[in-house]
Design a binder for this molecule. Structure first.
Ligand code: SAM
Ligand code: SF4
Length: 408
């Protein structure tokens, strides 16, 4: 089922100075950092804007069944990552904070037993403010969670109601304080351009979020995703000019407050960037376990993507069979797709990436993307420096256009 791990000698036998052709096989001489993503698929209630693989909980979380399936999923993936160190873990959802402290402890112990998790690995857990209890959060931290990402969305009760959230502004504040008492690194997720939101209301949300002085803020423009309740019954959201003014306000206020924007939606104080997400954007590797989890794994001769079955019940049922039937998709990324995949991620970073990381992470020569780079530079979307791939101010504003240059 899984492709076998093979070390291809091409990297050594290739004649010096002979650059691989565009579309030729990629050859990696070193492997990138490896992260682990764990998906917890349940929520108290499905939010009307959410298109994540999250399912409204009918009864209790089947913790034993879930943990057994997670272990089976992980153990079947181990041959793909033998001997590699894990630099970060992200427990996302869904609502991982619905798990009991015991389940979280067992889960993290299992990861440490099966994988070479670095002692100082970043271990993030997503939490919904409507599910935060002080004692349980202290226990999560004692089990090894060292970063909490809270889905605050807004502090405004009316806005929260319109978003179908299970918490109010008071609970959001309490949850932030509990998270800050439990771990040293806290992120707040906020959304803007909310139904009926004014610029003043957006500014007030931001002011409240910044008043907690967390090290990290993720500020997302609300998008009406296909196949959600909001797509079917679209609420009245701010027009483009208003939401652009909100974005300007966010840039200005976060900058003045000491948070540096380092990615499209991510703002951090010094030393507080999310290492797990940075590894995605820098085209690092990640193993994904749990229903619907995606992975990207590099080998010396190929880079592959993997996705697990989305539905929690079928994933649990199939994972424990240990015959690979819980894997929904597994494919090698074609070399001609790698330029776009790399740039799609790298250009989300405000500072871009060193040009040298392209051959290092894709195994291809920079020549593979040179025509697209030239076009983007000519359009003023990409900085002309040969040592970095970084969007210009114009490219940053029209990021989709810039990324699309690398599609062919
Ligand atoms: C994977 S969700 C999980 C967080 C957690 N379940 C919660 O909602 O509290 C991560 C974040 O994505 C953002 N998000 C989800 N759907 C979105 C949408 N349609 N538009 C913009 N941001 C969205 C929210 O800020 C959310 O906190
Ligand atoms: S709580 Fe988070 S993951 Fe769950 S439905 Fe709402 S936005 Fe989606």
């Amino acid at each position: 089922m899984h492709p076998t791990f093979s070390i291809v000698p091409e990297a050594k036998t290739r004649k010096p100075g002979v650059i691989p052709r565009v579309g030729s096989k990629s050859v990696l001489t070193s492997l990138p950092p490896l992260s682990l993503y764990v998906h917890v698929p349940w929520c108290v209630r499905k939010c009307p804007y959410c298109d994540f693989n999250s399912h409204e909980l009918k009864n209790e979380i089947p913790e034993q069944e879930y943990l057994a399936a997670l272990q089976a999923d992980l153990e079947q993936a181990l041959p793909l990552v033998w001997g590699r160190q894990v630099v970060s873990i992200f427990i996302g959802g869904g609502t991982p904070s619905l798990l009991s402290a015991r389940a979280m402890d067992a889960m993290l112990a299992m990861f440490r037993a099966c994988l070479n998790v670095l002692p100082d690995a970043e271990v993030t857990m997503e939490a919904n403010p409507g599910t935060v209890e002080a004692a349980r959060f202290a226990d999560y931290a004692a089990s090894g969670v060292n970063r909490i990402s809270l889905g605050v969305q807004s502090f405004d009760d009316q806005a929260l109601k319109a978003l179908g959230r299970i918490h109010d502004g008071r609970q959001a504040c309490d949850a932030i304080e509990i998270a800050q008492r439990s771990v040293a690194r806290v992120n707040l997720d906020l959304m803007y351009a909310l139904p009926g939101q004014s610029i003043d209301a957006c500014a007030e949300d931001l002011r409240q979020a910044m008043s907690f002085q967390t090290g990290h803020l993720s500020l997302y423009h609300l998008t009406l995703e296909p196949n959600t309740v909001f797509a079917k019954y679209p609420p009245a959201v701010p027009d483009d000019d208003t939401s652009a003014a909100m974005q300007d306000l966010i840039t200005q206020a976060t900058g003045a407050g000491g948070w540096e924007q380092y990615e499209v939606s991510a703002y951090a104080r010094a030393g507080q960037r999310c290492l797990h997400n940075l590894n995605y954007w820098e085209f690092g590797d990640y193993l994904g376990i749990g229903p619907g989890a995606h992975g990207k794994l590099s080998f010396h001769d190929k880079i592959m993507r993997q996705a697990k079955l989305k539905h929690p019940a079928s994933w649990m049922e199939k994972a424990v069979r240990r015959d690979g039937s819980h894997v929904a998709e597994e494919r090698v990324i074609a070399p001609e797709e790698l330029g776009f995949e790399f740039m799609l991620n790298a250009l989300r970073l405000k500072a871009g990436v060193a040009a040298g990381s392209f051959p290092e992470r894709t195994g291809l020569s920079v020549l593979a993307i040179t025509p697209a780079v030239k076009r983007a530079v000519a359009r003023g979307l990409l900085d002309p420096y040969p040592s970095r791939f970084q969007a210009t101010d114009l490219g940053w504003r029209f990021l989709n256009d810039l990324q699309a240059e690398f599609l062919e």
